[in-house]
Design a protein around this ligand. Sequence first.
Ligand SMILES: [Zn+2]
Length: 292
Amino acid sequence: MFRQRLLVIVVLSLLVAGSTIASREQAAQPARLKVLISVDMEGVAGVVTSEQLGPTGFEYGRFREFMTREALAAVEGARAAGATEIVVADAHGNGQNLLIEQFPDDVRVIRSWPRKLSMVAGVDEGVDALVFIGYHAGSNNPAGVRAHTFSSATLTRVALNGHFGVPVVMIAGDDAAIAEVRRAVGEIEAAETKRSLGFHSANTLTPQAAAAEIRRRVEAGLRGRQRFSPYRVGGPVTVDVSFKNYMPAEVLTYLPLFERTDSHSIRFSAADMAQASAIMAFITGYSPDITP
Ligand SMILES: [Zn+2]
C-alpha cells in the first residue's frame, strides 16, 4: 500500500499477555483449498522509487506488468498445489494496478478502496491460506521488536489475517519484509525478490527470475500449509497511529474514540483486529469530499 496523505506508522500493542501465541488447530487437509493472494507493489522485483509505483511515474506501466507477472506466478503455484478457488486482492496505491485481463477466467480479483478488511479483503470468506506478494517492511520500523508489541502495517495485516483463523503460508518481497514477517509467524516460505540497499535502492532479481521463484515457493508453502498456524491476536487491541501531518491527529481527537498521544499521533482501542482494521480503513479513507 502506498498512502501519500496520511498513514505513516501503525504500532499495535497487545493488552493481553501471551495472546500472540498461535494455536494449532488445523484439521486434516480438505480437498477444497481456497487461496487469497494479496498483492502489493513496493516489494515487487525491481521497484525502488515512486517512478515505478504510481500512474505519474515513468516506469509505472511496465511495472504493472511485472506486478501482474508476480501475481500470476503465485496463481500458478497455487494451482500446482491443488488450489480449487483463487482470489487475488490488488492491495497497492489506488487498488487498480493489476492487469485483470491477464488472469485465468476462474480467478476473482478484488479492486479499489475503501474496503473494511483493507489489503486482505475477502479473508473472511472461507479462505484456507493466504499468500503475500510484493510486500515490504515498514519504513519507520523501530529496530527492536519487543515481545507482545509489533509494528508496521504488514504485521497488522498478518495479525488481522489470524483473526479469521487463516495462516499466511508464503511471502514474496524484499529481505526486510521477509525477516519482519518471519519474526512474527515463523519460517514460512519466502521468495526474496530483492535485497534492500537503502530506502530507494536495491539489489534485485529480474522479473522473470522473481516469477519463477514465487511460483516455486507458493506451491511449497501451500503443500506444507499444515506446518503453519494462524497468527492470532486476542482482543482488545490498542492501536497507535502516527501521521505525516499534524491536522489528522488534531481533528480525529474531536471524536471520543481517539486519544492524542503527541503532535502527530493518536491512539484508539478496538475490541479485536477486525474492528481495528475497520477503524484504520475509516481513518485512511475518509474525507468530507469523498465521492460519490
Ligand atoms: Zn503499496
